[in-house]
Design a protein around this ligand. Structure first.
Ligand code: ATP
Ligand code: ZN
Length: 300
């Protein structure tokens, strides 16, 4: 059996993940959820003096903003869109008969104004159209995110939570801010016994053009990840990402600095489920048996 599948079985046996009959979608058990929320509180403590503005969006984004964001250019294979029934009683009858016969009822569905949120930072940029205050902005966001990448690897879910800090300002402040977070995050993870390593990374861009985009992203060191072996030693899993978008969101959504330049953005994202899974993988399935040093940090 693959390591990933064995880990998944252990997590299910321990009640940490509750299978829903679709790869990559699970309920979370009490100890899993408690650990994830304790890690979330630990992040908050580490960032408490940064002065970030907290906003919580539902796990959807306005379809028009999503279309403008460029996500469909780079990741059409990962997006999940919300459709709904909007027909006549006769069409309703047809819908029920098709479902009853086990057929394809997608033709009875119409696109709505909602798209599932692909990354916790996406809903914030469209709200910032216009001119930023002098030192730019800093946000704290947290959301369930959807990506259509079904897998038996418990660390590759279709719906999972991301806690992110997002900096919107000029390039001179955005890049050092991201680099500060790489150091800070390494310390945070080391203190809870996770052997994280930082590495230059790229996004899973779609198609032939994607290879060039990925090479460019690496050459410019626009994306870093902190990786830890979870399901496999050879290809460790990214539990955190640090992305420098340059002017992408600033120009797409018309955001300017107080000097009138196009704003630059960067985000720092914690994969909340992946960090929690890594904790169970490294310290065992029973939280009461975790090392004192780790419990002191998370349980206080
Ligand atoms: P990967 O390279 O593993 O596909 P990514 O580069 O697409 O990840 P980001 O878009 O940077 O990831 O997402 C931010 C964080 O969200 C990642 O560092 C990771 O911890 C988490 N994450 C991404 N995809 C998943 C997933 N399918 N399941 C659980 N967590 C995920
Ligand atoms: Zn982001």
């Amino acid at each position: 059996m693959e390591n990933a599948e064995r880990l998944l079985l252990d997590l299910v046996d321990a009640g940490h993940l509750v299978p829903m009959g679709i790869d990559g979608m699970y309920g979370r058990g009490a100890a899993f959820e408690d650990t994830l929320l304790r890690f979330d509180a630990y992040i908050s403590r580490s960032a408490k003096d940064d002065g970030a503005t907290l906003v919580r969006f539902p796990p959807v984004i306005n379809r028009r903003d999503f279309e403008r964001s460029g996500y469909l250019k780079s990741f059409p294979h990962l997006a999940g869109t919300v459709f709904s029934f909007d027909g006549t009683p006769a069409e309703h009858q047809h819908l029920l008969e098709t479902v009853e016969a086990g057929g394809d009822w997608s033709a009875t569905q119409k696109m709505t104004g909602a798209v599932l949120c692909p990354a916790a930072c996406y809903p914030i940029y469209p709200t910032l159209r216009g001119t930023l205050p002098q030192n730019g902005r800093l946000f704290d966001v947290f959301s369930y995110c959807f990506r259509h990448e079904p897998s038996k690897d418990p660390a590759r879910m279709q719906i999972f939570r991301m806690r992110e800090f997002v900096r919107i300002s000029d390039g001179d402040s955005v890049r050092p801010w991201r680099n500060m977070w790489i150091e800070r995050a390494m310390e945070l993870l080391t203190a809870i016994g996770l052997p994280a390593v930082s590495a230059v990374a790229n996004d899973p861009f779609f198609g032939r053009g994607g290879r060039m985009l990925a090479a460019n992203q690496r050459a410019q060191e626009l994306k870093f990840e902190l990786v830890v072996p979870i399901a496999s030693e050879e290809s460790p899993t990214a539990i955190m990402s640090f992305n420098y978008h340059q002017e992408h969101f600033g120009s797409t959504f018309g955001i300017q600095t107080s000097d009138g330049a196009v704003a630059q953005t960067a985000c720092v994202g914690f994969g909340m489920e992946r960090v929690t899974l890594a904790l169970f993988k490294y310290h065992g399935m029973r939280v009461d048996r975790w090392p004192d040093s780790v419990r002191r940090v998370l349980w206080g």
